[in-house]
Design a protein around this ligand. Sequence first.
Ligand code: CAA
Length: 258
Amino acid sequence: MAYETLIVEIEDYVALIRLNRPDALNALNSKLLSELATALHAADADDAVRCIIITGSEKAFAAGADIKEMSQKSFVDMFSSDFFAGDSDAILRTRKPIIAAVSGYALGGGCELAMACDFIICSDTAKFGQPEINLGVVAGIGGTQRLTRFVGKSKSMDMHLTGRFMDAAEAERCGLVSRVVPAKDLLTEVKKVAAKIAEKSMLTTMVVKECVNRSYETTLREGILFERRVFHALFATEDQKEGMAAFLEKRQPQFRDR
Ligand code: CAA
């Protein structure tokens, strides 16, 4: 399918979704968010996809929600359309793993989009920020909630109240990103990580994703119970039998996603 604001390539079981509004540093307008929702839905339903990467350009992953599009809207416009609700939920509904490959600016909605992915790998040029305060607004796609859970209250308050940018080294130090790689190697490295994930049982991969995400939605006790029950349930799968047999027979497992 052809998109106006995205370039989507599927190769070796990995869907690479590239945000493509170079003139606006990939600002997230309604068209882009709705196309992203469509692309994620399609990738999730496609047996040729086992892992998804969302990336931008070298200069910008995304410089935030589209300020031009929003600037003249009223409260009634924003509230009655529940601006950002439907499209941003699409990422949460995606059951296959999504890696954000961030180079350059990931600001406002761009930082929030990256945080909504399952994990972030960034280049050494990445800059993260929630500068909405400079526009007289607050984050609107989960920034105050997710950044606080990822990096703690003190740093999250600092980022949201000052609007300052965080570089890649600080982002790795505080746990916002899982790895930092040289800018020129970003996509090569992220594709290697995606390929490693794509080798696993898709069934188990989706279960792992559900379990980790559950930790953000529930108490520790309930989360541990959820994990244990799901662990028990996996003993009903062929992939558990195959994975454990392969270990004992000292060979590579052949998972069949069932
Ligand atoms: N929305 C719309 N257009 C944007 C944009 C945005 N968020 N960010 C950049 N652009 C556009 C600029 O208007 C400019 O377009 P023109 O050439 O037509 O003027 C083009 O992209 C290039 O930008 P700059 O000339 O500003 O590039 P720069 O290198 O000098 O600066 C930057 C880069 C520091 C990222 C700067 O563009 C910037 O500060 N952008 C806005 C960042 C921001 O405030 N993001 C939060 C948005 S609100 C939000 O996201 C709410 C939410 O939580 C959902």
